[in-house]
Design a protein around this ligand. Sequence first.
Ligand code: TRP
Ligand code: ZN
Length: 872
Amino acid sequence: MKDAQPKAIYRSEYQPADFEISETRLDFQLFEDHALVKAELQMARREGADAKAPLILHGQELKLLELKVDGGDAEHEIGSETLTVSSVPDRFLLTTLTRIRPQDNTSLEGLYKSQTMFCTQCEAEGFRKITYFLDRPDVMSTYTVRIEAERQRYPVLLSNGNQVDSGVEGDRHWSVWHDPFAKPSYLFALVAGDLEHIADTFTTCSGRSVDLRIYVEEKDLDKCDHAMASLKASMRWDEEVFGREYDLDIFNIVAVDDFNMGAMENKSLNIFNTSCVLANPLTQTDAAFQRVEAVVAHEYFHNWSGNRVTCRDWFQLSLKEGFTVYRDAEFSSDMNSRTVKRIEDVAFLRTAQFAEDAGPMAHPVRPDSFIEISNFYTVTIYEKGAEVVRMLRILLGPQDFRAGSDLYFERHDGQAVTCDDFVNAMEAASGRDLTQFRRWYAQAGTPRVGVEAEWEEDSGRFTLHFSQSCPATPGQEQKEPFVVPVELGLVGEAGGLRLQIEGHADDPDVEDNTTAVIEITEAEQSVTFTNLPEKPVPSLLRGFSSPVKLTFPYQREELALLMRRDADGFCRWDAAQQLAVAVMQDLREGAEEVDQLLLEAYSDVLADTSLDPAMVAEMMRLPGVGYLVELEEQADVHSIFKAREALRIALAQHLQPALLARYRALDIDEPYQASAEQIAHRSLRNTCLAYLSLLGEEGIQLAVEQYESARNMTDQMSALTCVVHNAAMDRAQPLLDAFHSQWQHEALVVNQWLQVQATRPRDGVLEQVRGLMDHPDFDMGNPNKIRSLIGAFCSANPEQFHAADGSGYALLGEIVAELDSRNPQIASRLLTPLTRWRRYSHGQEQMKAVLESLAQRELSRDVFEVVSKSLA
Ligand code: TRP
Ligand code: ZN
């Protein structure tokens, strides 16, 4: 058992720091078994702070070698996570010299080594592992940084801002960087390594030229063009859509292999996981290309939403993350298909975020407390946070929303602020009272919206009765009603009907008034549409206008009608999903045949050549097991999996000739491009192949042929997946071996090779995963490898992870126990599937037992918080 249990900290206890740091000068001397960090901090007592308050700095795993206040000795005390200087004047220069060991830092936060390179990750609280500091986002300072290292091993030395000096001394060299923008410590970055780069320039809207560079290992120079193109597109887009211009003369991206997350927005020195920057058609799939585009944009957009305007404290994390995810989603929508992007985002939100909101880790978009902030980089903060911003845009309309955004940036440039400041700006710019809307920040849980319809044939009146409620979440028993914008239309046999809402004058400006936004603000509320020529089918929550679980008692014929006729692409897709859920339910209840209505509706979708092929692919894809689990209080994974497989096979059999015909027709001759059009073609073609490969030898043969003739990783990987997931292992193994020997020198491809094996939904996969953990290409120190093998097995192979004998849970327990002391952030994240243990009809006791045995151990704060909340 642990001796001292970690304690929660509370948003309500926020106090500004007693001291400010106007200027920070750092000097790094990098050696092979340690580094020396000299810090000179220009400090002042904050106006209004207690005149006697001691200086308490954060620091972890540091060896203090020297401390001076204004050049003289000062009494101080070193705690396990703090340094206290009991008596200091109101203004002073604090000088410290500390020794750290980046080489031994396996947590990948602070200063650490990734392969041969030194790099940093300071968000959220990693800077305190570099030097003693006020490591909190509301303490902002300008930085001047000197880096000195061996010239041969580390020819490239980088930090934030501009290089202002450099020089050589024997076999060592040094470089000095100055960042003129005051920033919080979490945005500090340093890189030293043997790197090559590609360069480009961007001319901003006011005519300034910015030097852009992407730094990688030499062997990856051929994989940088897509990231560079994405960066330039993001810079232009932010000027045009949000009026945001870049503010320095230089913007650098560095790719590192060992990284806990996707990427980090350090001021002018973004550090990226290689998986989010490298893209070459031969080695990366279309999905990876799109991820690179989105992450490059996300980090770039943080320069305004996060850096120029930052967070007051970490409870406000969604202020920057929710807003920036909203911004990157809008960017991706403009670059590719808006509807397809929306469908992908909603599918993810409904699976991962709804599950989080329904489990023991549920928290509001602006949490009230946490034990370890690293655990709060969640789908709720990011994706639900983005949905909240999106609702503001729906409620305010595009003009007022943009005015609110402009006002927010103007009011708060250079400040560390709160989610409330953001809503205040939206309120001021629009003149709208957002008091009730603020509940989206305060209340956790996914609201339920039930809808019922009443049709009056004689008068042509159609009434929708809405009711909303929200289930209890930890610490929040009762919820108040939310503001729920429900965008809707009414669909007749021939398509969308004109909307006239009772009590509302017809808006003469709106030509196409077939869609409306109804704001549900009460627990129960109704709206009546008049003068309708026929009984309509309501198309509800168009574009998924709010993050709620909406239910309407549709007839299957009505869902089929929406699939064919709805003007809203999201609702067409959602109707297909709902129909599939209903038919899978039939199968689970013993039906022997698949409802003909579904087969015909899906057949029409597949035949519809007027639809964007990417959209057809989305509509053909059945709801995932994770989503289906989320729909039930107590889910039986195996019964869900079986029904889903049965439906997939029935669809493949019924549609075989059509699948084969579209497969053949979609063959692309042109050279690879990551264009929306080509990606759409490959996506549908590979969706057809996935169905065909369920039909036995003929389909498998087709996949093998595609594997052998593939000229890009998307087609090669799709074919490999079909064979590995659907054929016998003796058929799959030769392909896996060939793939490995072809790509063994490409780390990111080897990760895909691990992942395709870990997600094989067949018996024996657990032994395979255990075997791969001993493979020379696996590495417990590398988060990407852990995610590809173990993360994928535990969260993307539900059928096998939930094996009845509990072997999947046991594996996860062993790995978390081993990993926790090495990299607590990754250990904690891996545990997510086990936090949901109460939601399964089988295996509850086994999952709980794994959590309980972890609870007996000495744990990091990260894993302690997840384990203890899951068992509470
Ligand atoms: N701010 C980063 C982002 O853009 C998140 C991030 C990167 C992070 N690395 C991290 C958060 C390490 C915690 C720990 O989303
Ligand atoms: Zn971010």
